[in-house]
Write a protein that binds this ligand. Structure first.
Ligand code: AMP
Length: 267
């Protein structure tokens, strides 16, 4: 596996690969089995697999967890190499956002998740557009867990005619059902137990929607959470031709998001 830190070197690394398809997996590091599922999906379809590891400062609000976001580059590099990644791109913030930087990609509305995190999806869209231009992948891989992110990137690719195919990989969960997230390390064991209410409510609402067509999954999920976690929002998100039931909740200072497919297929 090659490690690159500059845009010039990243471009040269892709050019060096003769022909074949290129798959890109954008990440912020702190890899877990969810990231590895994306690497493997890219590996199974593409000749060259590029993973970017960039904790995008623009994506974090001043009150967010940028300073304490988990970081272990050598462990991440080992995991990426073991999953068959060809190139790991680890640019610095200065490399991606020099002082002269002034262009942003604004994707318009991004639902309740966008409203809860002003500026977040503008930063996500901008960094992904930069990565698409730097790596020029045929395929890019994103997790279902961040459903609103996928919806925003679908909009971006469609509106700006970006020549990349987006691939959505199903959410990888711990055995008890909690969606894997780099932020789960912030949870105490008690908070982790409380957090299970989120996937359980979504799953119960999904099952109810199947058992009683026409019922309201948002209301059902809200009813299931009643008395436990208080959700920031519960809403339906459209990703491709799938309808997802998505929710966010805060446990202490940690913000968790999750979703389930209630109609259609992600791919
Ligand atoms: P992050 O490093 O948190 O920015 O995530 C990088 C990519 O991994 C994003 O496309 C996420 O949606 C995806 N991802 C994160 N957690 C999971 C998970 N539990 N299952 C599947 N994909 C995930």
């Amino acid at each position: 596996m090659k490690l690159t830190r500059t845009i010039a070197d990243m471009r040269a690394s892709v050019r060096d690969v003769s022909g074949g398809s290129v798959g890109l997996v954008p990440t912020m590091g702190a890899f877990h089995a969810g990231h590895v599922a994306l690497f493997r999906a890219a590996r199974s379809k593409c000749d060259t697999v590029v993973v970017s590891l960039f904790v995008n400062p623009a994506q974090f609000a001043p009150t967010d967890d940028l300073d304490r976001y988990p970081h272990d580059e050598s462990r991440d590099a080992e995991m990426a190499e073991a999953a068959g990644v060809d190139v790991l791109f680890v640019p610095s913030a200065e490399e991606m956002y020099p002082d002269t930087f002034a262009t942003w990609v604004d994707v318009g509305s991004a639902g309740s998740e966008g409203a809860a995190r002003p500026g977040h999806f503008r930063a996500v869209a901008t960094v992904c557009m930069k990565l698409f231009n730097i790596v020029q992948p045929d395929h890019a891989y994103f997790g279902q867990k961040d459903a609103q992110q996928v919806a925003v990137l679908e909009q971006l690719v469609r509106d700006l005619n970006v020549p990349v195919t987006l691939n959505v990989v199903p959410t990888v969960r711990d055995e008890d059902g909690l969606a894997l997230s780099s932020r789960n390390v912030y949870l105490s064991s008690e908070q982790r137990e409380d957090a299970l209410a989120l996937p359980r409510a979504l799953e119960a609402a999904r099952a109810a929607a199947i058992a009683q067509p026409g019922s309201d999954p948002v209301a059902e999920a809200r009813r299931r959470l009643n008395g436990g976690l208080s959700p920031e929002y519960i809403e339906i998100v459209q990703v491709g031709n799938a309808k997802l039931l998505a929710a966010a909740a805060r446990i202490g200072s940690t913000r968790l998001i999750d979703n389930v497919v209630i109609e259609g297929d992600l791919q």
